[in-house]
Design a protein around this ligand. Structure first.
Ligand code: IPM
Ligand code: MN
Length: 372
């Protein structure tokens, strides 16, 4: 018996989570376990009614679960950033979900925009650091008559590169990225362990040639960790270059470990090469605490309630959730049922099919039950 928290959220979130629950329940029947779902009313509607994003009580209650199944948040009535930071990022940070796992795997039967590439070429995992970097929210905007004096320690730098860092600007914004030795070491160690259990190749992403303080430290920690894993082959890539290689030679990659913000960017590219955002799942993991599983697409408000949303990313995230709870066989069963439904053309319109969101959930649940 597993107890799982469910947050439908906004837009298409509740619809896709309903399908995910349906499929996971079917997997429970087939593989003999029960899931007790606990629904949480969190999202834009509640915020607009009560002004609450996440209360201390919500956090305390969510903290009683090992897994949260999360739909999506985002609503056109609310300024961008409020729900994202106040709900999604707050959960990631509060529960110290320092590993953001994003498999980039082209499933059998799915079309990739990359010419000449197939499922054998696109099968890697991005391990995104999830609690540091430019996501720490350390920054400010300054404006007004006050004289703003920025003391730039290295003014030689600006002189050398001809940058115009003004000391008399009347409006200024800055945001600081933080990388810690401990924060990078733990996620890099996780990536090495993962690579060791896969094809034993780990690629580190950074921009140490320009942002050399933060990513210089990241690189140093990576090099140190690499010594503990002589069986894993390693390389560094700059973030700009890796976008090129994802497109040209995706087959090169096995496990990719990246600081937070670069991970955000390159996993949207990853989603595209695996067939689109409708197919890209993610897991926010704290191995010793509360983890969260979600599709990486957003709330797509314009499709809300139309029954056209593709539930596959959410169902796949559900497979990751089962895996995390130790239901390995069921997790694999859900993923192969997804592939099966694709092979049978039982998919939504965005994938060339004609089924509704809930018909796709029904089809996958039926495949799982039949396999038993
Ligand atoms: C993601 C999303 C989030 C992020 C947003 C919604 C805060 O883009 O999960 O990739 O930037 O991490
Ligand atoms: Mn993103």
């Amino acid at each position: 018996m597993h107890r799982v928290a469910a947050v439908g959220g906004d837009g298409i979130g509740p619809e896709i989570i309903a399908e995910g629950k349906k499929v996971l329940d079917a997997a429970g029947e087939r593989f003999s376990f029960d899931i007790e779902w606990h629904d949480f009313d969190i999202g834009a509607d509640r915020y607009l009614e009560t002004g609450e994003l996440l209360t201390d009580e919500d956090l305390r209650d969510l903290g009683r679960f090992r897994a949260i199944y999360f739909g999506a948040i985002g609503d056109e009535r609310i300024t961008p950033g409020i729900l994202e930071k106040g709900i999604l990022l707050r959960i990631r940070f509060h529960f110290d979900q320092y590993i953001n796992l994003r498999p980039v795997k082209l499933l059998e039967g799915v079309t990739t925009p990359l010419a000449g590439k197939g499922p054998a070429d696109i099968d890697f995992v991005v391990v995104r650091e999830n609690t540091e970097d430019f996501y720490v929210g350390l920054g400010s905007r300054l404006k007004g008559a006050q004289k703003i004096v920025l003391s730039v320690e290295r003014d030689l730098y600006s002189a050398e590169f001809g940058l115009d860092i003004r000391s008399d600007a009347d409006e200024l914004a800055y945001q600081i990225g933080i990388i810690t030795r401990e924060g990078s070491a733990r996620v890099i160690a996780y990536a090495f362990e993962l690579a060791r259990n896969r094809r034993k190749r780990l690629t580190s992403v950074d921009k140490a040639n320009v942002l050399s303080d933060v990513y210089g430290l990241w690189r140093e920690v990576f090099s140190e960790k690499a010594r503990e894993y002589p069986d894993v082959s390693t390389e560094f890539t700059f973030v700009d270059a890796i976008t090129m290689w994802f497109v040209k030679n995706p087959e090169w990659f096995d496990v990719v470990v990246t600081p937070n913000m670069f991970g955000d960017i390159i996993t949207d590219l990853g989603a595209m090469i695996q067939g689109g955002l409708g197919l890209a799942p993610g897991a926010n993991i704290n191995p010793k605490g509360t983890s969260m599983f979600e599709p990486i697409h957003g709330s797509a408000p314009k499709y809300k309630g139309l029954g056209v949303a593709n539930p596959l990313a959410t169902i796949w995230a559900g497979s990751m959730l089962l895996d995390h709870l130790g239901e390995r066989e069921a997790a694999a069963g859900v993923l192969s049922a997804i592939e099966r439904s694709i092979a049978e053309g039982k998919v939504t319109k965005d994938m060339g099919g004609s089924l509704s969101t809930s018909a796709v959930g029904d089809a996958i649940a039926a495949i799982i039950r039949k396999a038993g």
